[in-house]
Design a protein around this ligand. Structure first.
Ligand code: SR1
Ligand code: MG
Length: 418
């Protein structure tokens, strides 16, 4: 079967032709298909048996262009091959936080997976001011398991190098290199700004020596530090939640890169949510304190729990597989020093990448709804300026910021928690 772009009308027949769907659907004549994707890249459909809505799947297909722009922006559909492989690896390492995959076709560039029908996209839920008490616990388990167990700290030398080459993702890495690390920091035709931002606001980022150098350093790290298999786009729109469960979706940007890029994505997005809720909680008719405190506590927990879980996995790995390297009287202490310096460097990367992820959402092409959908453009610009200021400090000062508490204090200086 050659590649073809499926339409809503085609999908029931296509599903009916798949052996794997016979375990899911009892009847292919009553399938309801709705297009649900509002992402930038792909088409996503929700399919249900109208007579038995428990029988349901999600189908995601990559087209040979960027969905949000159209055929004028070609993008190889083979990105789905990476997404399918990344989902399979994540399921192997952390099945409790990844949707089940029922069928994947590299030829058709599509994947059919579990419909998380009782879960919603975290960004939308946060915009509405909902609290998820288990989120930090869950997302840190996912990140620690996947980032540790795909790194050289866990894999043997050959497997790791084979993985690096298997997950080469030229096209989507180029999107990140351009839209996270390049165009937002220059005058570029693809940038989109709130009209209330002034030339001075733009130059504050686009013409500052220290910032330009710091962002260039982060870009080089992104392109050269093949540490672990990353999700590659772990913003809060790539996470689905309900009160009890958390699922990570959409790993099409997956590749071998620096671990701090994923951790920074989560933290940078939550910092933007914190700023946006200075305004949003008032819109919802609430005092902002409780919700914004939960956001700050969550950011703190994301770093602290991630670092603890990552270190625990490393210690367990050493105990199960003791290396001669630390097998001498002071070896345990020396191993501890290595772990501390590794995690301090990972923290600096996390802060630097979080900063880039924040600034790009204000000045670059792709926005976050938390801020971009604030209708009062002056209020939006006020929140955007805070985001730019914090991003600038974080990326320039990333090596001297000592802990996550200091990041939160900087956020609170720009937008007091009251
Ligand atoms: C042109 S694509 C823009 C962004 O959408 C994705 O979610 C990634 O974040 C990418 O940078
Ligand atoms: Mg995505």
């Amino acid at each position: 079967m050659g590649y073809r772009i499926l339409t809503i009308e085609d999908i029931p027949k296509f599903l009916g032709s798949l052996e794997e769907m016979r375990n899911i659907f009892s009847d292919f004549n009553c399938l309801e298909v709705v297009e649900v994707g509002d992402g930038n890249l792909n088409y996503v459909y929700l399919i249900k048996n109208s007579k038995n809505p428990q029988e349901t799947v999600v189908l995601k297909q990559a087209v040979p262009y960027l969905r949000v722009v159209g055929e004028s922006w070609p993008l190889k559909r083979e990105r789905m091959t990476i997404e399918i492989m990344a989902l399979q690896k994540e399921i192997e390492l952390c099945p409790e936080h990844v949707p089940e995959v029922y069928y994947g076709s590299h030829e058709m560039s599509l994947v059919i997976m579990e419909n998380l029908s009782s879960h919603k996209v975290l960004r939308g839920e946060i915009i509405q001011g909902k609290i998820f008490r288990n989120f930090a616990e869950h997302i840190t388990t996912f990140m620690a398991e996947v980032l540790f167990k795909t790194s050289d700290l866990y894999l043997d030398h050959q497997t790791k190098k084979e993985m690096v080459s298997k997950y080469i993702n030229y096209d989507l890495c180029k999107i990140t290199e351009d839209f996270v690390f390049t165009t937002p920091y220059e005058k570029h035709e693809t940038n989109v700004y709130n009209q209330e931002l002034t030339e001075e606001d733009l130059n504050f980022i686009q013409q500052d020596r220290d910032l330009k150098i710091a962002v260039a350093e982060m870009k080089y790290k992104f392109m050269n530090n093949a540490e672990s298999l990353l999700h590659g786009d772990l913003h809060i729109g790539s996470i689905m939640v309900n009160e009890n469960e958390t699922y990570v979706i959409d790993p099409e940007f997956s590749f071998y890169g620096p671990m701090g890029f994923d951790v920074g994505a989560v933290i940078g997005n939550l910092l933007m949510s914190y700023f946006s809720h200075e305004y949003r909680q008032k819109l919802l008719g609430r005092e902002p304190y409780v919700y914004r405190k939960w956001l700050l506590d969550t950011i703190e927990s994301v770093w602290i729990k991630f670092a603890e879980k990552f270190e625990t996995l490393w210690i367990e790995e050493q105990l199960s597989n003791p290396q001669l390297a630390w097998n001498y009287p002071e070896g345990e202490q020396h191993f501890k020093v290595l772990r501390e310096s590794f995690i301090a460097r990972l923290f600096s990367d996390t802060v630097g990448f979080a900063a880039c992820k924040m600034m790009r959402r204000i000045l670059g092409l792709a926005k976050v709804a938390d801020i971009a959908e604030i209708e009062d453009l002056q209020e939006r610009a006020r929140i955007e300026r805070m985001t730019l200021k914090l991003g600038k400090i974080m990326v320039i000062e990333r090596d001297s910021i000592k802990d996550i508490g200091e990041v939160l204090n900087l956020a609170k200086e720009l937008s007091p928690l009251v």
